[in-house]
Design a protein around this ligand. Structure first.
Ligand code: GCV
Length: 675
């Protein structure tokens, strides 16, 4: 087996005929299609019918047949009057024994089919039930950081299945991938790393057009638009120009011609993702231009083809001096982009990381959300677990993402607007918006290295489609689908581990929002001062008195970037949420938290608790031996949980020892802390 079917196993149900009838599964067997002839020719239509037939056959043992004489028990219909783009409704309430999936468009029907199959695979009763699903976000995107040599930047699941040896790969796995991510509503995919170097710069040349086009066509069958990451210096590297100045007429016409060529060869291309002036990548700053100049120049070039430019706001000074306590990396996104609000064209979307630093286990929400009022915005999260255990540790991220999406921004004129309201375009009524995740897949047999990391891929799709979805329900559905055939006790235990995994990881790693206590470069494992004296702007400032970064008006002033009342909330120690206390304030070790514990005791306690939690996950899993149907998956998870339990002990001891040595305060409970 080269790869698993992840949550698309469709294991044959072991229900009696009567049970199937009670749940109304018998109505899936004869279906009619109510879709205009023109739409039937769309690339997605054949796929959705074959998915439907294949899924029902696998689950119920009988292949459904299409009827045209009005005798159907299920209707698959497209009705443009229903909902909005990609919306669908699964309705089993209308008349006895009859059901329907009605969708706004063919893509919506595909999502409806996948969802119906997932409902059946998890043995939900259809009779009398209705599911109306209108996507929260226009763009639901995965960003792969795959390099053309086959490596993956921050990849923890093997090598790329999009590239090897500077070639684009198009094969069975491409289709299996598209099918898998479409089944949870993903509609856009960037296949190459945002750090565009060497061969990847040539993806927009005829060296690769055939393969890129083939990929875009497979994706289109699953309702997915293909995007590419772009090298801002391409006019120099490909075109032989002496500069890439976005206001230079020669550069402007080079891009215009280039895009005409690209879209003639790959007409289905959705657009481009751009990392500019960040971590050594080229950008408009070199020419004294700003990011609106850069993004708009590209946006004009792709506009005739309906293309979009997704422009990242991860722009900061990565040559900082640790002695400088005024420059604050956290401020940089806002400082660079807030003055440009309103200057970006309609087909530009700013892609903003969830927090102001870089995907730490806990960060405040980026202040550009709620700051910007006239700009299309996308949220960028990371399911590749760069700083959250690298898919060796289980860390289910949907509870974190829900907190981010639910954060109240106090956007002027929309006092209740959350991040979800902004990116969905509900609050700003913008043309474009959505959510992107840095993807966690590779060519490992289970796609994601850790089998449990697939819950983040599945969950991201679900949450992107419905930002109000409940993380625990998502986890349960994923576990039931992926571990079909396992005992109920096993499914309950998996859900319990997933739901406790982010808090556990947070407990045994860096405390109260401070982040960054990892080994430099690869970012795995504890190293309390690994980034303390480096150039990356990632300091915790621990000394013998306390720890934390003063980001109040007396410090770097970062807290003031938020809208009120968030700015005041973060400014004051008393109102700052404690999980972010050290992100915003320097706190002495003897400071008493709301629990009554001192800061130092809190650090000791959480580190003992977190390591115990990780040990508990392993114990639970060991007890489930024989209850997980897929023996290979059982063994793989066992191996990862063993690694995690050992690593959590290393984290616990290093962090506790570091702080004990700093302040000399013993643990109140007298547990072993190494000298
Ligand atoms: C793709 C962090 C990561 C880099 C990544 C960068 C980004 O710095 O460590 O690997 O580069 O973020 O998001 O551009």
């Amino acid at each position: 087996m080269e790869y698993t079917e992840a949550w698309l196993k469709y294991r044959r149900l072991s229900l009696s005929r009567q049970q199937c009838e009670e749940k109304q599964y018998d109505s899936l067997i004869s279906y009619a299609v109510r879709v205009d002839q023109g739409l039937k020719e769309s690339p997605c239509f054949a796929v959705l019918i074959s998915e439907f037939e294949r899924g029902v056959k696998a689950l119920l043992g009988e292949r459904p047949h299409e009827v045209t004489d009005g005798s159907e028990t299920l209707a698959l219909a497209v009705d443009p009057a229903f909902g909005s783009k990609d919306a669908y409704c699964i309705d089993f309430t209308q008349k006895d024994g009859f059901g329907a999936i009605t969708a706004h468009d063919v893509n919506g029907l595909l999502y409806g089919v996948f969802r119906l199959l997932q409902l059946v695979a998890t043995e939900q009763t259809l009779a009398g039930q209705k599911w109306t699903c209108i996507p929260s976000n226009p763009l639901r995107m995965l960003n792969h950081w795959d390099n053309m040599d086959g490596t993956i930047e921050r990849g923890y699941s093997g090598r790329s299945f999009f590239f090897a040896d500077d070639q684009v790969l198009v094969g069975e796995r491409t289709r299996a991938y598209a099918r898998m991510v479409a089944s949870v509503g993903i509609n856009a995919v960037v296949i190459n790393n945002v750090n565009v170097r060497s061969a990847a710069t040539y993806l927009i040349t005829d060296r690769y057009f055939d393969k890129v086009k083939a990929l875009s066509e497979i994706f289109a069958e699953y309702g997915i638009s293909l995007y590419l990451s772009l090298n801002f210096a391409a006019p120099m590297e490909l075109g032989g120009l002496t500069l890439s100045d976005p206001l230079d007429p020669g550069v402007i016409s080079w891009w215009k011609e280039k895009m005409a060529e690209v879209y003639a060869a790959v007409p289905k291309l959705g657009g481009f993702l751009v990392k500019a002036d960040s971590e050594g990548r080229p950008g408009p700053f070199t020419y004294g231009r700003d990011h609106a100049d850069g993004a708009n120049m590209l946006a004009r070039a792709v506009e005739p083809y309906g293309g979009r430019i997704i422009w990242r706001c991860f722009v900061y000074n990565c040559q900082q001096d640790w002695r400088d306590t005024k420059t604050d990396r956290a401020r940089s996104g806002y400082d660079n982009f807030m003055p440009l609000d309103g200057r970006f064209l309609d087909n530009v979307i700013l892609q903003i990381k969830n927090g102001p630093m870089d995907f730490q286990v806990r960060e405040p929400v980026h202040p550009l959300f709620g700051g910007l009022t006239k700009t299309n915005q996308m949220l960028e999260v990371q399911i590749a677990q760069e700083y959250t255990g690298q898919q060796k540790h289980v860390c289910y991220l949907m509870p974190m993402f829900r907190q981010i999406l639910d954060f109240k921004t106090y956007l002027p004129g929309h006092e209740d607007a959350t991040v979800a309201d902004i990116i969905s375009t509900r609050a700003l009524k913008n043309a474009n918006g959505g959510i992107a995740a840095v993807a966690n897949t590779g060519n490992d047999v289970n796609w994601t290295g850790h089998d449990f990391a697939a819950a983040n891929l599945f969950g991201f799709g679900r949450l992107a489609f419905d930002t109000a979805a409940d993380p625990e329900s998502i986890a349960r559905e994923w576990a039931q689908l992926t571990f079909a055939g396992s005992t109920k006790e096993a499914i309950d235990a998996i859900v319990d581990i997933l739901m406790r995994s982010w808090p556990a990881y947070e407990k045994y790693t860096s405390p109260l929002g401070i982040g960054w206590m990892v080994n430099p470069n690869h970012h795995y494992g504890p190293n309390v001062e690994g980034y303390e004296f480096d150039r990356w702007g990632t300091y915790h400032r621990a000394n013998w008195r306390g720890i934390g970064v003063d980001r109040t008006t007396k410090g770097t002033g970062y807290a003031a970037q938020y809208r009120e009342p968030n700015a005041s909330m973060y400014e004051h120690v008393e109102t700052c949420p404690e999980e972010l206390l050290l992100f915003f304030h320097f706190i002495p070790y003897d400071y008493r938290l709301k629990t009554g514990k001192t800061l130092i005791q809190h650090i000791y306690d959480t580190h003992f608790e977190g390591a115990d939690d990780a040990a508990g996950f392993l114990e639970t899993w060991k007890k489930l031996e024989g209850q997980i149907e897929d023996k290979e998956a059982y063994a793989r998870v066992l191996e990862r949980l063993t690694i995690q339990a050992a690593s959590a002990i290393e984290w616990r001891d290093r962090i506790n020892t570091y702080f004990y040595r700093r302040c000399g305060v013993p643990d109140e409970k007298g547990r072993k802390i190494y000298e």
